[in-house]
Each structure stands twice: as structure tokens, then as C-alpha cells.
Design a protein around this ligand. Structure first.
Ligand SMILES: Nc1ncnc2c1ncn2[C@@H]1O[C@H](COP(=O)(O)OP(=O)(O)OP(=O)(O)O)[C@@H](O)[C@H]1O
Ligand SMILES: O=P(O)(O)OC[C@H]1O[C@H](OP(=O)(O)OP(=O)(O)O)[C@H](O)[C@@H]1O
Ligand SMILES: [Mg+2]
Length: 291
């Protein structure tokens, strides 16, 4: 058991996106029905599903060596963990989530100062209280178990709630007054585990593969053959900042060009490359990009 890394995976909103990312990173991960111990095809990893809210606590006390959770819950629980990586993914997108103060569309509340003496419902009581104190405002912050958007105006004057696409706020006729915190997913470790060379190596390798899989999303590889005489014209079609690999071919008049580009630019760039003299153009999918 000594060479096994205890890894916490977030149950709830981040679960599917996390599993998807691990699969892209090359792990076979499955979630047996009703079990909180996902199986993974790496004997050096032991996975446990833990609520994102509690991940920081169990990583901080060493029950888990490491885990993935939102920055928001690390802040809210004031967990003493070592952050090894930021992984920018949420439930449905590759964007951060925002914790916002929201009120009914017709509410007179326009800013923090208007919250004096008001009732605010939220799952992140500590973050909200600290933010109010920073604005010198005293309000009644009430813990909410979820479905928080239903509370204004009858059960609360305002809420502090997480939003990704904005559809939950819109569906409940709420408008954003201001932002309190932006949050992304983090890979966090117990301080002693992060300082243990063998565990640290395992975690660093895991992070490398997760990041490599994310970096490859939306990218494709392009290779082509180009007559040396056409090389400048062809390279001018490729996006700046990209450094294509140029390799010599048996026929000295020609070179092979290999590069990585955004998938959504391919349909514009390939015709331009062809017009500039490239031939034998091959587009291929990428699964990892490691810098
Ligand atoms: N669209 C999203 N909605 C809510 N949380 C999200 C979303 N995208 C990412 N997250 C992150 O997921 C974590 C919250 O997940 P968690 O499972 O603990 O709560 P939950 O999904 O609200 O659970 P429940 O379904 O029981 O309400 C937070 O770190 C949050 O930032
Ligand atoms: O901006 P959106 O894309 O709509 O996402 C944000 C919503 O998703 C989460 O709800 P969840 O499913 O966790 O329900 P809950 O409110 O009961 O926690 C969160 O609490 C918001 O309600
Ligand atoms: Mg929720």
C-alpha cells in the first residue's frame, strides 16, 4: 500500500469532466454503480470520490495524498494544501466559474453598499462574510444547502452563487450585481505527500499527462511537403508564433513541414497552403501536447 497514491476525485459537478480528462490523459477509469471507489488501470493510484467541498479538508489532514477540486472550496474551507496545478475546466466548459452576487431583476440593490442589513443566502458563507467585511457592510449571511437561485426575493434579498453558463440565473430572473471570486479546478496535495520524492514524482507525472491532454484539445497537427523555393510563401500562411519543424527530404529540392494549429483555422489555412505550393498535406489528430 506504501507505493499507492491516495487520489481524491470530485463527486458532483466536476465528476464527469474529471473522468473525461483522465481518459484523455490515458487512464481507464470506471465508476461502479453506488461505489465511491472508482477503478483505474494504474496499480499505483487508489481513487476515492469525495465532494468538492470536502476535498481540501481530507487532503489537508493527509487522509488523501492529493485530489482535484475547485479553488473556491479550498478558499472557503481555508484548507492548507499545496497547489500543484491549475486545470481550467468546469462542468460543461473549459472556462472558469464565477461566484457572483445576484438579485432579482427588479431589485433596487446595485452594489455592495446596498446590502447593509439585508439577507444573503449562499453555500460559501466564509467567502461572502469576508467580502462584505472588506466593503464595511454588515448583512445577514445565511448558509444555503443548494438550489439557492430559488430564494430571492421571498427567502433572501440576494444570493452569492456560482455561475458557469448563466442559465440558472437567467431562468430564475436574477441579475448579477458583482463578482466575488473566479474559480478553476486545482490539483492539490497534502504538504508531506508533496515533499515525498516518490509521491511527488507520481503526482507530477499525473499532472503532466492531464495538462498535456488539455493542451491538445482543439489542436491538430499538419504536415506537408514543400519545394524549397516555395517555403517562405508557405510559412507565411501559418499562424505567427508557431514554430514549424522543417525536415529535409531525400529529394534535396523539397522539405517536410510539420506544425500544430488550432483546429478551427484548418479549413481556411489548408487551401492557402495548397495555393502557396504545399503538397501532400496531411491533417492528423493530437491527443497530448507536452511542452
Ligand atoms: N457548472 C457548475 N456548477 C457548479 N459548480 C461547478 C460548475 N462547474 C464547476 N464547478 C465547480 O464544482 C465544484 C462544486 O461541485 P460540488 O459537486 O461540490 O457541488 P455541486 O455540483 O453543486 O453538488 P450538488 O450537485 O450536490 O449541488 C466547485 O468547485 C465549483 O467551482
Ligand atoms: O450558470 P450555470 O451553467 O447555470 O451553472 C451554475 C448552476 O449549477 C450549479 O447548480 P447545481 O446543479 O449544483 O445545483 P444546486 O444549486 O442544487 O447546487 C450551481 O449551483 C448553479 O445553480
Ligand atoms: Mg450545487
Amino acid at each position: 500500500m506504501d507505493n499507492v497514491l491516495k487520489l481524491g476525485l470530485p463527486a458532483g459537478s466536476l465528476q464527469e469532466a474529471t473522468a473525461d480528462l483522465f481518459r484523455k490523459a490515458g487512464y481507464k477509469i470506471t465508476f461502479p454503480t453506488r461505489s465511491y471507489y472508482p477503478t483505474i488501470d494504474d496499480p499505483e493510484l487508489h481513487c476515492t470520490l469525495i465532494r468538492a467541498q470536502e476535498m481540501g479538508r481530507y487532503v489537508a489532514d493527509g487522509s488523501l495524498d492529493c485530489g482535484l477540486t475547485g479553488h473556491d472550496w479550498i478558499v472557503e474551507s481555508d484548507a492548507h494544501v499545496v497547489e500543484l496545478a491549475e486545470l481550467v475546466f468546469s462542468k460543461v466548459s473549459r472556462r472558469p466559474v464565477r461566484w457572483v452576487l445576484a438579485v432579482p431583476n427588479d431589485s433596487p440593490i446595485q452594489g455592495p453598499k446596498d446590502l447593509q442589513g439585508k439577507r444573503i443566502a449562499t453555500e460559501v458563507v466564509n467567502i461572502t462574510r469576508k467580502w462584505l467585511a472588506g466593503h464595511g457592510v454588515t448583512a445577514n449571511v445565511e448558509f444555503s444547502w443548494g438550489a439557492t437561485e430559488v430564494k430571492p426575493p421571498r427567502l433572501a434579498d440576494a444570493i452569492v452563487e456560482v455561475t458557469e453558463t448563466g442559465s440558472s440565473l437567467r431562468a430564475n430572473n436574477l441579475r448579477i450585481v458583482c463578482d466575488l471570486l473566479t474559480s478553476t479546478t486545482r490539483f492539490v496535495a497534502h504538504p508531506a505527500a508533496a515533499a515525498d520524492p516518490r509521491k511527488r514524482q507520481k503526482m507530477d507525472d499525473l499532472v503532466l499527462m492531464l495538462k498535456g491532454a488539455m493542451a491538445a484539445e482543439g489542436k491538430v497537427g499538419l504536415m506537408m511537403n514543400v519545394r524549397k523555393a516555395d517555403l517562405t510563401r508557405v510559412l507565411a500562411q501559418l499562424p505567427a508564433l508557431k514554430n514549424p519543424t522543417i525536415a529535409s527530404l531525400a529529394d534535396e529540392a523539397w522539405v517536410a513541414v510539420n506544425t500544430v494549429i488550432d483546429e478551427d483555422t484548418v479549413r481556411h489555412i489548408i487551401p492557402q497552403l495548397k495555393a502557396a505550393g504545399a503538397s501532400g498535406i496531411v491533417e492528423y489528430p493530437l491527443t497530448k501536447i507536452i511542452d
